[in-house]
Write a new protein. Sequence first.
Length: 303
Amino acid sequence: MADLGHGGAGPDVPRESAAAVRRRTRLRRMGVDTLIYGFLLVFAFITLFPFMWMLITSFKLPGDVFRIPPSFRPSMLWTDTPFGNYTEVLFRFDFLRYAGNSLFVATIAATGQLVTCSLAGFAFARMHFFLKNVLFALLIFTLLIPIEITIIPEFLLMVRLGWLDTYLPLIVPSLMVGAFGTFLLTEYFKTVPASLEEAATIDGATPFQIYRHIFLPLATPALASLFVIAFITNWNELLRPVLYISDRNLRTLPLGLTALQGQYESSWTLLMAGSIISILPMILVYLAAQKYIIRGFISSGLK
């Protein structure tokens, strides 16, 4: 007769110890992390490979560019002039002047966007006026219009104003049409607590004083984000300089790069050296404001 004390249960199954469970969980987590980091490393290599190849090519002799099989050896580093391509681009092709021109245009245009977009963003976010939502929707709609559609009437306007061979056609359109920057700062200003604005109003502050002394200091992350985006956009601008700049002394860096490309052949080693020179300022500006960019986008609700 079966022993009722065991309730009819079979033999005891040995339970897995807590340490073994933790060990198996840790190994599973390590395997998942290994796969994730492996994928990220492969993706990073694919992303950075063109830049690595460009950097290596900028230190090659012209005859080594099309060698088969391709060589990853920067042959000029073992010569008497390891930076020969860079010195030739900077001084013979006047890239030092072009870089200064691009720096001037990009800095003025980006700084101007901070002023105009912050004023417009404050108005759309905190002020009430007739057709505000309609105007804001029309402004955002302009983001869908490519520059190729508006460039012809813009060119005719610049001719009428006599602005050809000046930097005004490169700077003024960027100042006056800041739809993305206005949207970014509008969303950021909406996150500022209304109690701060109400307290300032009770103290007798005007709307401009509220904007200047309360909203601008709080918007540093968003302003830094907008500056970097506007700076990179204007630094890389090519269409407007091609249309409006014919004076060699006024050329910007992207326009100078086109001089290294001929109809039938190109100086690839010099072109790669010029490209490295052209992207270094953008990398430095981004690294300087990286933490503000991330904080600005998160705080603006652009997740």
